[in-house]
Design a binder for this molecule. Structure first.
Ligand SMILES: [Cu+2]
Length: 485
């Protein structure tokens, strides 16, 4: 099983048919009957390729910027949007937008979000990757009932990072996120701004997620572990084209899928320069042919389109996990003009602080039922999530090594911790690949994988969850609570 254990960052192309990240059921299915592929969703073949422009997600305007604080209003409400041609899809949205508006924040400048829940379901908005007091984290049980409103304060004390916000209400998060409750939150700081990276219109969020449409009605079909979420949406549009100038772009790739993992590469196998991961810039850029994102992860790359003549079209392919005819293409870059370019990628992007000496170690085991039973449950250390239970007590100020293992034989997982950006120390006994050497908040665990990571808990006390970020799995119970005291 050498291929499965290849170090991430050099690619997961050879992971094999059994290691689908798209959902649990394809995995079981593929293992049992390798010749049979997951059933095509009704819409997959019918959705035209590269027929619409990739939306640029609007940046949310603050209601007020007084007092050094940016105040925003985010209303969760239903809205409909034409995603498939000629059909309107009902969505659960932030401010009627799909995906939710991008919030831009600066380190040292707090953001206050006035949350209003005009949906008919509970919500809990979590800022994924954010260093937040527990009362503003968006915990699974800290829900906002229909008709409710509250203020949420994001202190923005951490370094720059491409974060995202999404629903986290326990047992509802999977469907709420799937139906549209996700958006990007870009936190910058002086160190990042001082770099000559592509900026402005050349710094672009590309949020990728899958969906299962009812072709007759255009409605999203939701069921746990669905095998047929086989239409890829990019910033809310299926298989769009993106008109670019022949110069460098910073592309902030984000996987907002509930379950699907993607491996992205250019159709001509052209180089991408990875500059960032979940918790902001890497220390050094690295050149790669592909990037891998499990659900919830972010990767920043710079692609230099000046190597292509104007008129060139290059497809961004997904070479991971799933029938190629359905999800093998993501979007198409159309090089349509020339443009000046003063940007560059420095050989040193940042210096991360040295890891402190660890003060404690603990082991975490992820597992879920994979025997095909109709109502599988997920487990963290063999326990289903119980919000009334504290699973890990962490001393405030501690720096701990967590050894996290995926005990499943077939099912992939990943591991997300609230509150902290951690460092990956080892993957399956080896040093992490270059893609995993920066700050991370979510790390992939293919079946049998073990990852050692180190996290430091010196910011806030209180209770936070850690869980698999395949949201159907966390909804099945693969989540636990740590209490920092
Ligand atoms: Cu999982």
């Amino acid at each position: 099983m050498v291929t499965r254990r290849r170090v991430l960052g050099t690619g997961l192309a050879a992971t094999g048919v059994g290691l689908t990240g798209g959902s649990l059921l394809p995995v079981l299915h593929a293992a049992a009957q390798p010749a049979e592929r997951p059933a095509a969703g009704p819409a997959a073949a019918a959705v035209p390729r590269f027929a619409t422009a990739m939306p640029r997600v609007p940046v949310l305007k603050p209601d007020s910027t007084m007092g050094g604080v940016d105040l925003y209003t985010v209303t969760m409400r239903t809205a409909s949007k034409e995603i498939l041609p000629g059909l309107r899809t009902e969505l659960r949205t932030f401010n009627g937008q799909f995906p939710g508006p991008t919030i831009k924040a600066r380190r040292g400048r707090p953001v206050v979000v006035r949350q209003i829940n005009s949906l008919d379901v509970d919500t809990s908005v979590h800022l994924h990757g954010g260093e937040l007091p527990p009362e503003y984290d968006g915990a699974p049980m800290d829900t906002l009932a229909p008709g409710g409103r509250r203020l949420c304060v994001y202190p923005n004390t951490q370094a720059h990072a491409s974060l995202w916000y999404h629903d986290h209400a326990h047992h509802l998060e999977s469907e709420n996120v799937y139906r549209g409750l996700h958006g990007s939150y870009l936190l910058t700081d002086e160190a990042e701004e001082a770099l000559p990276l592509p900026k402005g219109e050349y710094d672009v969020v590309i949020g990728i997620r899958d969906a299962h449409f009812d072709t007759g009605t255009g409605q999203l079909v939701y069921q746990m572990g669905d095998r047929a979420r086989n239409t890829l949406l990019v910033n809310g549009a299926p298989y769009p084209y993106f008109q670019v100038a022949a110069r460098s772009y910073r592309l902030r790739l984000a996987n907002h899928s509930n379950m699907r993992f993607v491996e992205l590469r250019l159709a001509d196998d052209g180089d991408m320069v990875q500059i960032g991961s979940d918790g902001g810039l890497l220390e050094r850029p690295h050149t790669t042919k592909s990037v891998h994102l499990s659900s919830g992860e972010r990767v920043d790359v710079v692609i230099d389109f000046s190597r292509y003549p104007v008129g060139t079209q290059i497809v961004l392919k997904n070479t991971g996990y799933g029938p190629v005819e359905e999800i093998g293409e993501v979007l198409r870059f159309d090089v349509v003009r020339t443009a000046s370019d003063a940007s560059s990628v420095p050989s040193v992007l940042r210096t991360l602080p040295r890891l402190p000496a660890p003060t404690a170690e603990r082991a975490i085991v992820l597992r879920m039922d994979e025997d095909g039973r109709p109502d599988p449950q997920g487990y963290m250390d063999e326990k289903v999530y119980d919000p009334g239970r504290v699973d890990a007590r962490v001393r405030f100020g501690a720096s701990e090594i967590w050894t996290v293992t995926n005990a499943n034989k077939l099912v992939p997982h990943n591991f997300h911790m609230h509150l902290v950006q951690f460092r990956v120390l080892e993957r399956n006994g080896a040093a992490p690949g270059p893609a995993e050497q920066g700050l991370k908040d979510t790390v992939v665990l293919m079946p049998g994988d073990t990852v050692r990571l180190q996290a430091t808990f010196d910011r806030y006390q209180g209770e936070y969850v850690y869980h698999c970020h395949m949201l159907d799995h966390s909804a099945m119970g693969m989540m636990a609570t740590m209490k920092i005291v």
